[in-house]
Design a binder for this molecule. Structure first.
Ligand SMILES: NC(=O)c1ccc[n+]([C@@H]2O[C@H](COP(=O)([O-])OP(=O)(O)OC[C@H]3O[C@@H](n4cnc5c(N)ncnc54)[C@H](O)[C@@H]3O)[C@@H](O)[C@H]2O)c1
Length: 314
């Protein structure tokens, strides 16, 4: 099947990622079925999407009428079979549990017509393993979205050993159709691309906190006002080319020995988790939170993301 022929999409699992992936498709005109084993998750899925859409309306990215049309394209099912029966593309965003993912892919493989593509939003498993019980593993592929999926453009696309090139190209073109930025990961490596890069940044930031080089607030500010500002518009390797590789090679020659190269999680993070400082969940992490402050932070984050999307990606 070609991406242009895809009309109906199903999202299995409507938690943090799933409801927002459903929105990303519905916003670009697709009929989207959603299903979940939790009735309470299904009861709130449309409310969560409605609330996300408010920011788009406030930022004049869409009209109130368009928001209603987007919501009307989302169809809620309690039964997996009914939700996926007519779908051309199904994406799973259930708990990160290999056994659960293997069994849902086995089940979907039986229910869906042969040209339906079956995607997973797994963060850590290989599609070769998830698809191990499928009769037709050539149609199985990883599409790894970033939170919040209806706003962050990148989707990492990872093939399993048996995934066909046709499945890859249709998935890639479908993601382009919904104005996402798909990037192919050429090997089934742990963490794909971005979680590896992100972990390297965080390892160094924890280490800088540990030696007292700056406060948490100032470290976040410094990254936002330099890397963050720059990287929204220009990739880090192009930044290197613009600076001159000979100079950077000399700098890295001494600096690489100075930065953290530990292969264990930093004690700062382990101690915070042991103290129950889990971030917004418990009201304290690197910063302090109240339910109202969390709501305001997410609202402002999404407002800026919608604004950036309009200017950088549309
Ligand atoms: N949270 C993130 O930032 C993030 C980022 C990228 C990828 N992921 C991946 O996305 C997936 C979902 O993560 P999340 O954070 O949305 O989790 P979540 O806990 O918010 O949502 C999971 C949902 O799946 C439902 N579910 C569980 N088993 C099911 C089944 N068999 N059939 C149908 N529904 C089922 C649950 O009821 C729940 O609503 C995971 O694989 C995770 O690794 C998460």
């Amino acid at each position: 099947m070609k991406a242009a022929q895809i009309q109906e999409v199903t999202v299995v699992g409507t938690g943090l990622m799933g409801h927002s992936i459903a929105q990303a498709f519905a916003q670009e005109g697709f009929q989207v079925n959603v299903t979940d084993t939790s009735e309470s998750a299904l009861a709130v899925v449309k409310d969560k999407i409605r609330s996300n859409l408010v920011t788009f309306v406030e930022e004049e990215s869409i009209s109130q009428n368009e928001a209603e049309e987007i919501l009307a394209r989302i169809h809620v099912f309690t039964d997996l079979g009914q939700a996926i029966r007519e779908a051309d593309f199904v994406t799973e965003a259930i708990f990160e549990d290999l056994e659960a993912k293997q069994s849902i892919f086995e089940e979907m493989d039986k229910y869906c017509s042969l040209d339906t593509i079956l995607a997973s939003n797994t963060s850590s498993f290989r599609m070769t393993d998830i698809s191990s019980r499928m009769q037709n593993p050539e149609r199985a592929i990883i599409t790894h979205w970033f939170n919040p999926p209806h706003l962050v453009p990148l989707v990492e696309v990872v093939l399993g050993r048996n995934t066909s090139e046709e499945t890859y190209w249709t998935t890639n073109d479908l993601l382009l159709r919904i104005k996402k930025v798909p990037v192919r990961v050429r090997q089934e490596i742990p963490g794909f691309l971005i979680n590896r890069i992100q972990t390297a940044i965080h390892r160094e930031m924890y280490s800088l906190l540990e030696i007292g080089a700056a406060s948490a607030k100032d470290l976040d500010l410094a990254v936002k006002a330099s890397l963050g500002f720059r990287l929204a518009s220009i990739g880090p390797l192009l930044v290197r080319d613009l600076a001159g590789l000979d100079v950077l090679c000399r700098v890295e020659d001494w600096l690489v020995k100075e930065i953290d190269s530990s292969t264990e999680v930093n004690k700062i993070l382990k101690d915070m988790v042991a103290r129950g400082e889990l971030g917004v969940k418990t009201g304290k992490g690197f910063f302090q939170f109240t339910p109202e402050s969390v709501e305001a932070i997410i609202k402002e984050r999404d407002r800026q993301f919608v604004h950036r999307l309009k200017h950088l990606y549309r």
